[in-house]
Design a protein around this ligand. Structure first.
Ligand SMILES: [Zn+2]
Length: 154
């Protein structure tokens, strides 16, 4: 067989800043990640390093996305942080989040972006000024299907 599918973790690297990738990988390799709950579509982990941060990785199969959140300040600024990447590496190493393999074009986004996208879905085709609360709109470069937000999990 010549064609091996690209491991999903490699596919997601393009969405994360190189610095976060490197530091996250180091965190993972030094054993800083502790996975508390894991399944085919969700992982909850803590990452130690300067503090102890909670990371949640949630799959949205319809959207073909990993929705990630962390409790650190860097994430609060809207970034996919090193803790998120460290947790992804740990999940991949344990064979968790296996549903990602079913996605053709898996992407990863912060829960902050994910929530904003939901607002856009609610208002398809019409502009609504309510989004001004966010100050700006973020647009992802990746394509995604327009599905309703009704199957969003918490
Ligand atoms: Zn973080």
């Amino acid at each position: 067989m010549i064609s091996t599918p690209m491991p999903w973790i490699r596919q997601l690297e393009q969405f994360v800043a190189p610095g976060s990738l490197t530091k996250g990988r180091n965190y993972f390799r030094s054993g800083a990640v502790e996975i508390h709950k894991a399944s085919a579509d969700r992982v909850e982990a803590t990452v130690k390093g300067g503090g102890r941060y909670w990371v949640v990785l949630d799959l949205d199969v319809d959207l073909q996305a990993v929705v990630a959140s962390c409790t650190c300040p860097h994430y609060d600024d809207g970034n996919l942080c090193k803790h998120i990447w460290a947790s992804l590496e740990a999940a991949e190493a344990e064979g968790q989040l296996s549903q990602i393999a079913e996605m053709d074009h898996a992407t990863i986004l912060t829960k902050i972006e994910y929530s904003e996208d939901d607002d856009e879905f609610d208002q398809l085709g019409e502009l609504d000024e309510e989004d001004d609360d966010f100050g700006y709109r973020r647009h992802r470069t990746s394509t995604h299907q327009h599905r309703g937000p009704q199957d969003r999990r918490k």
